[in-house]
Design a protein around this ligand. Structure first.
Ligand code: FES
Ligand SMILES: [Fe+2]
Length: 355
């Protein structure tokens, strides 16, 4: 399979060929991009619970895992080492974990505690009877996990930009949870997220709250940061002295981390979108909201989220239909407005070459 070959020079480059959005075999091949870091949870979600299964991680990767808060927090396999039963089916506050199938129990560090009727088993228990541990990274109050050891993301660089918001102090607001099914390839959801080019055409309400002419896109290894500027008089961040964006009126930071995680920082707090692949023509989007200052939630770019989401879903579902046309193969990029999409396609194309 010849890879898409996205030219490094955006002025010459052509977009990702439509086959990547329409072919089931390409959808399957791309699944290994999800081996990278994945958002697990925010620390406020773990306060009232010692054990939290990560259903979205299972949907994305096929691995059932859970977060466990003991003296330290770990991410462990959620699959019983006896015959494969899933262990935690909902969040709970237990101190040990008992399998509901034949009663095997585990400690919160994943070590086997007890198994009935196994006295005669030779070489039991062994290391293989403990629950497998997954990598876990804590960043600004958020946990990330992965199926295997993967390269670090530029956590420090991003923390310098966004750390002043103190996202670790935000609280999970369950009223902001959403789970939408969209009839489009997950790539289309990401493509659409990575440009503000469509804002004046697709999002009239958001366009009122953002200064489109000041919209900035910055690309870096592992992701893209888009910066939405506030219109005069609207709610904006209080940037501390010495901040890289000091002096600017910023309404929102839109951070995307490869391949499927979106962190939208607003003066009221943080909205996280996780894109989950379902098929070559369907994805699911999981939303979580973490609030810092509830009073600001009704103002500015962060106040019209559900409306903006409906508009985005409408447009990408229409694009999915367009992708199947024999008359469309691939397009070109705007060098001033589509640097984020170009960067994403370059990353994908490099990734595909490694397969
Ligand atoms: S599958 Fe868990 S004890 Fe049998
Ligand atoms: Fe949009």
């Amino acid at each position: 399979m010849p890879e898409p070959g996205i030219d490094a020079d955006i002025r010459k480059a052509r977009t990702l060929p439509s086959i990547y959005y329409t072919e089931p075999s390409e959808f399957e091949r791309l699944k290994s991009v999800f081996k990278n870091w994945q958002f697990a949870a925010h620390n406020s979600e773990l306060e009232a619970t010692s054990l939290m299964p990560l259903d979205h991680f299972e949907t994305i990767t096929g691995d059932s895992v859970m977060l466990l808060r003991d003296q330290e927090t770990r991410c462990l396999s959620n699959v019983c080492t006896h015959r494969g039963m899933r262990l935690a089916l909902e969040p709970c506050n237990k101190k040990t974990l008992q399998c509901r199938y034949h009663g095997r129990t585990f400690n919160l560090d994943g070590t086997l505690r007890h198994m009935p009727e196994f006295e005669q088993v030779i070489g039991f228990p062994s290391e293989a009877d403990n629950l497998q541990q997954y990598p876990l990274k804590r960043w600004m109050g958020m946990y990330f996990t992965a199926q295997e050891d993967v390269p670090d993301l530029p956590w420090k660089m991003l923390e310098k930009r966004l750390g002043f918001l103190e996202p670790e102090t935000f609280r999970h607001d369950i009223g902001r949870n959403r789970d939408h099914t969209v009839d489009a390839h997950w790539l289309l959801y990401v493509d659409n997220y990575l440009e503000g080019f469509h804002i004046p055409y697709v999002h009239p309400e958001l366009n009122q709250a953002l200064d489109y002419s000041g919209y900035v896109t910055e690309t870096f290894d592992g992701g893209v940061l888009q910066i939405g500027k506030a219109v005069e008089g609207d709610v904006k961040f209080e940037l501390p002295p010495g901040h890289p964006d000091e002096g600017q009126d910023i309404a929102a930071y839109y951070l995307w981390l490869f391949p499927n995680m979106m962190f939208n920082f607003y003066p009221w707090g943080l909205s996280v979108n996780i894109v989950m692949p379902v098929s070559h023509k369907q994805c699911r989007i999981l939303y979580r909201g973490y609030v810092g200052d509830a009073e600001l939630a009704s103002q500015g770019a962060g106040s019209v989220l559900d409306t903006v989401e409906d508009q985005d879903q409408w447009v990408i579902e229409e694009v999915q239909k367009g992708m199947t046309s024999s008359a469309y193969h691939r397009g070109r990029y705007s060098p001033t407005r589509e640097q984020g999409v170009h960067h994403f396609h370059r990353m994908l194309s490099e990734f595909l070459e490694t397969l």
